[in-house]
Design a binder for this molecule. Structure first.
Ligand SMILES: [Zn+2]
Length: 230
Protein backbone atom coordinates (compact mmCIF):
# COMPACT_ATOMS: atom_id res chain seq x y z
CA UNK A 1 0.00 0.00 0.00
CA UNK A 2 1.22 3.49 -0.81
CA UNK A 3 3.21 4.85 2.18
CA UNK A 4 1.08 8.01 2.26
CA UNK A 5 -1.98 5.94 3.22
CA UNK A 6 -0.24 3.06 4.99
CA UNK A 7 1.23 5.53 7.52
CA UNK A 8 -2.28 6.62 8.55
CA UNK A 9 -3.03 3.14 9.95
CA UNK A 10 -2.16 1.82 13.43
CA UNK A 11 0.49 -0.91 13.66
CA UNK A 12 -1.85 -3.89 13.96
CA UNK A 13 -3.87 -2.75 10.94
CA UNK A 14 -0.68 -2.11 8.94
CA UNK A 15 0.45 -5.64 9.72
CA UNK A 16 -2.90 -7.03 8.59
CA UNK A 17 -2.66 -5.11 5.30
CA UNK A 18 0.82 -6.55 4.74
CA UNK A 19 -0.41 -10.08 5.44
CA UNK A 20 -3.23 -9.71 2.93
CA UNK A 21 -0.79 -8.36 0.32
CA UNK A 22 1.64 -11.23 1.00
CA UNK A 23 -1.15 -13.77 0.58
CA UNK A 24 -2.42 -12.18 -2.63
CA UNK A 25 0.98 -11.51 -4.17
CA UNK A 26 -0.02 -7.95 -5.12
CA UNK A 27 -0.31 -4.61 -3.35
CA UNK A 28 -3.55 -3.09 -2.13
CA UNK A 29 -3.78 0.16 -4.10
CA UNK A 30 -5.58 3.28 -2.93
CA UNK A 31 -7.52 5.57 -5.25
CA UNK A 32 -8.99 8.97 -4.40
CA UNK A 33 -12.25 9.91 -6.05
CA UNK A 34 -15.24 12.17 -5.51
CA UNK A 35 -17.15 9.98 -3.06
CA UNK A 36 -18.50 10.41 0.47
CA UNK A 37 -17.51 7.08 2.00
CA UNK A 38 -14.51 4.79 1.87
CA UNK A 39 -15.12 1.56 -0.09
CA UNK A 40 -13.16 -1.20 -1.78
CA UNK A 41 -13.14 -3.12 -5.05
CA UNK A 42 -11.27 -6.29 -5.90
CA UNK A 43 -10.84 -9.18 -8.29
CA UNK A 44 -8.55 -12.16 -8.83
CA UNK A 45 -5.55 -9.88 -9.55
CA UNK A 46 -6.23 -6.63 -7.71
CA UNK A 47 -7.48 -5.00 -4.52
CA UNK A 48 -8.24 -1.33 -4.24
CA UNK A 49 -9.41 0.95 -1.44
CA UNK A 50 -11.47 3.90 -2.70
CA UNK A 51 -11.10 7.06 -0.65
CA UNK A 52 -12.92 10.39 -0.64
CA UNK A 53 -10.89 13.17 -2.23
CA UNK A 54 -9.59 14.44 1.13
CA UNK A 55 -7.21 11.45 1.09
CA UNK A 56 -7.92 10.56 4.71
CA UNK A 57 -7.80 6.83 5.46
CA UNK A 58 -9.24 6.63 8.96
CA UNK A 59 -7.98 3.63 10.97
CA UNK A 60 -11.52 2.26 11.46
CA UNK A 61 -12.32 2.63 7.75
CA UNK A 62 -9.05 0.91 6.83
CA UNK A 63 -9.91 -1.92 9.22
CA UNK A 64 -13.38 -2.18 7.68
CA UNK A 65 -12.17 -2.41 4.07
CA UNK A 66 -9.42 -4.87 5.04
CA UNK A 67 -12.13 -7.04 6.64
CA UNK A 68 -13.90 -7.23 3.26
CA UNK A 69 -10.65 -7.91 1.37
CA UNK A 70 -9.50 -10.53 3.87
CA UNK A 71 -12.73 -12.50 3.59
CA UNK A 72 -13.01 -12.39 -0.20
CA UNK A 73 -9.33 -12.64 -1.19
CA UNK A 74 -7.62 -14.50 1.66
CA UNK A 75 -10.40 -16.70 3.05
CA UNK A 76 -11.96 -17.20 -0.39
CA UNK A 77 -15.50 -16.54 0.84
CA UNK A 78 -17.97 -16.08 -2.02
CA UNK A 79 -20.01 -13.02 -2.92
CA UNK A 80 -23.70 -13.27 -3.86
CA UNK A 81 -24.29 -12.76 -7.59
CA UNK A 82 -27.17 -13.37 -9.99
CA UNK A 83 -26.84 -16.53 -12.11
CA UNK A 84 -28.12 -17.17 -15.63
CA UNK A 85 -30.68 -15.16 -17.52
CA UNK A 86 -33.82 -15.99 -15.50
CA UNK A 87 -33.18 -13.17 -13.06
CA UNK A 88 -35.97 -11.61 -11.13
CA UNK A 89 -33.86 -9.21 -9.10
CA UNK A 90 -31.27 -6.66 -10.23
CA UNK A 91 -27.61 -7.28 -9.44
CA UNK A 92 -27.65 -4.28 -7.07
CA UNK A 93 -30.12 -6.12 -4.83
CA UNK A 94 -27.66 -9.00 -4.41
CA UNK A 95 -24.79 -6.60 -3.80
CA UNK A 96 -26.74 -4.90 -1.03
CA UNK A 97 -27.74 -8.20 0.54
CA UNK A 98 -24.21 -9.57 0.28
CA UNK A 99 -22.81 -6.45 1.93
CA UNK A 100 -25.29 -6.91 4.78
CA UNK A 101 -24.28 -10.57 5.23
CA UNK A 102 -20.60 -9.61 5.29
CA UNK A 103 -21.24 -6.88 7.85
CA UNK A 104 -23.17 -9.33 10.05
CA UNK A 105 -20.10 -11.58 9.94
CA UNK A 106 -17.37 -9.10 10.84
CA UNK A 107 -18.67 -5.83 12.32
CA UNK A 108 -18.63 -7.39 15.83
CA UNK A 109 -14.83 -7.64 15.54
CA UNK A 110 -14.64 -4.10 14.15
CA UNK A 111 -16.56 -2.69 17.13
CA UNK A 112 -14.39 -4.70 19.53
CA UNK A 113 -11.30 -3.04 17.99
CA UNK A 114 -12.87 0.42 17.49
CA UNK A 115 -15.65 0.88 20.10
CA UNK A 116 -16.72 4.19 18.53
CA UNK A 117 -18.05 2.22 15.55
CA UNK A 118 -20.96 0.98 17.68
CA UNK A 119 -22.71 4.35 17.39
CA UNK A 120 -21.89 4.60 13.68
CA UNK A 121 -23.49 1.23 12.86
CA UNK A 122 -26.49 1.78 15.15
CA UNK A 123 -27.18 5.02 13.31
CA UNK A 124 -26.89 3.25 9.92
CA UNK A 125 -29.43 0.63 11.07
CA UNK A 126 -31.80 3.35 12.33
CA UNK A 127 -31.61 5.17 9.01
CA UNK A 128 -32.29 1.95 7.07
CA UNK A 129 -35.31 1.19 9.26
CA UNK A 130 -36.69 4.70 8.90
CA UNK A 131 -36.38 4.41 5.13
CA UNK A 132 -38.33 1.10 4.93
CA UNK A 133 -41.96 2.35 5.08
CA UNK A 134 -41.52 4.63 2.06
CA UNK A 135 -39.05 2.50 0.09
CA UNK A 136 -39.92 1.11 -3.33
CA UNK A 137 -40.20 -2.49 -2.16
CA UNK A 138 -42.94 -4.97 -1.43
CA UNK A 139 -44.19 -6.30 1.91
CA UNK A 140 -41.91 -9.34 1.74
CA UNK A 141 -38.80 -7.19 1.10
CA UNK A 142 -39.63 -4.98 4.09
CA UNK A 143 -40.08 -8.05 6.26
CA UNK A 144 -36.80 -9.59 5.07
CA UNK A 145 -34.80 -6.38 5.56
CA UNK A 146 -36.24 -6.06 9.06
CA UNK A 147 -35.02 -9.61 9.78
CA UNK A 148 -31.57 -8.92 8.32
CA UNK A 149 -31.17 -5.68 10.29
CA UNK A 150 -32.24 -7.44 13.49
CA UNK A 151 -29.66 -10.16 12.85
CA UNK A 152 -26.99 -7.52 12.23
CA UNK A 153 -27.75 -5.68 15.48
CA UNK A 154 -27.83 -8.89 17.55
CA UNK A 155 -24.88 -10.75 16.03
CA UNK A 156 -22.54 -7.74 15.81
CA UNK A 157 -23.48 -7.18 19.47
CA UNK A 158 -24.40 -3.53 18.90
CA UNK A 159 -25.88 -1.45 21.73
CA UNK A 160 -28.16 1.60 21.49
CA UNK A 161 -31.54 2.23 23.07
CA UNK A 162 -32.80 4.33 20.14
CA UNK A 163 -31.92 1.59 17.63
CA UNK A 164 -33.64 -1.08 19.76
CA UNK A 165 -36.77 1.09 19.72
CA UNK A 166 -36.61 1.44 15.93
CA UNK A 167 -36.10 -2.32 15.56
CA UNK A 168 -39.08 -3.06 17.77
CA UNK A 169 -41.30 -0.68 15.83
CA UNK A 170 -40.28 -2.39 12.57
CA UNK A 171 -40.88 -5.86 14.07
CA UNK A 172 -44.31 -4.73 15.20
CA UNK A 173 -45.07 -3.42 11.69
CA UNK A 174 -43.79 -6.34 9.59
CA UNK A 175 -43.16 -9.42 11.76
CA UNK A 176 -43.76 -11.33 14.95
CA UNK A 177 -41.21 -11.82 17.71
CA UNK A 178 -40.85 -15.59 17.32
CA UNK A 179 -39.97 -15.18 13.66
CA UNK A 180 -37.15 -12.77 14.51
CA UNK A 181 -35.68 -15.03 17.18
CA UNK A 182 -35.69 -18.05 14.85
CA UNK A 183 -34.12 -16.06 12.03
CA UNK A 184 -31.34 -14.60 14.17
CA UNK A 185 -30.58 -18.03 15.69
CA UNK A 186 -30.35 -19.68 12.25
CA UNK A 187 -28.11 -16.91 10.86
CA UNK A 188 -25.85 -17.20 13.89
CA UNK A 189 -25.61 -20.98 13.41
CA UNK A 190 -24.70 -20.65 9.74
CA UNK A 191 -22.39 -17.65 9.98
CA UNK A 192 -19.25 -19.70 9.33
CA UNK A 193 -20.64 -21.21 6.12
CA UNK A 194 -21.68 -18.61 3.55
CA UNK A 195 -23.22 -21.23 1.23
CA UNK A 196 -25.72 -22.61 3.77
CA UNK A 197 -26.31 -19.10 5.13
CA UNK A 198 -27.08 -17.79 1.63
CA UNK A 199 -29.32 -20.79 0.88
CA UNK A 200 -31.29 -20.10 4.05
CA UNK A 201 -31.67 -16.35 3.53
CA UNK A 202 -32.31 -16.41 -0.23
CA UNK A 203 -34.74 -19.32 0.18
CA UNK A 204 -36.67 -17.46 2.89
CA UNK A 205 -36.65 -14.33 0.74
CA UNK A 206 -38.32 -16.29 -2.04
CA UNK A 207 -35.49 -16.27 -4.60
CA UNK A 208 -35.24 -19.31 -6.82
CA UNK A 209 -31.92 -20.75 -5.65
CA UNK A 210 -30.66 -21.64 -9.11
CA UNK A 211 -30.79 -17.92 -10.04
CA UNK A 212 -28.34 -16.96 -7.27
CA UNK A 213 -24.75 -18.03 -6.76
CA UNK A 214 -21.63 -17.36 -4.76
CA UNK A 215 -18.72 -15.95 -6.73
CA UNK A 216 -15.44 -17.14 -5.18
CA UNK A 217 -12.03 -15.69 -6.02
CA UNK A 218 -8.91 -17.87 -5.99
CA UNK A 219 -5.94 -15.50 -5.99
CA UNK A 220 -3.42 -18.35 -6.27
CA UNK A 221 -4.67 -19.30 -9.73
CA UNK A 222 -5.97 -15.81 -10.57
CA UNK A 223 -9.44 -17.17 -11.28
CA UNK A 224 -13.00 -16.89 -10.03
CA UNK A 225 -15.91 -19.30 -10.20
CA UNK A 226 -19.61 -19.20 -9.33
CA UNK A 227 -21.35 -21.88 -7.26
CA UNK A 228 -25.16 -21.74 -7.67
CA UNK A 229 -27.11 -21.93 -4.41
CA UNK A 230 -29.39 -24.62 -5.82
ZN1 LIG B 1 -18.55 -2.75 4.23
Amino acid sequence: MDAQYFSQLPNDVQEWAQNIEAHCGFDISVRREPRRHTACEFGPGYARILLPNNGVLRPESGFHELSHLDRFLVKGIGQLVPVGSALHAPEAAFTKLDNALEHIAFVGAEVARFPGRNDYWCEIIRRELQRLPGAAMDKNDRKMWTLVLNAFFAIANLQAVATVEELQQAIHRYLNVGEVEDFVATVRDRLEDKLTLSQFICGKWGFQLHTVGLNCIDVASGSEFVTPLG
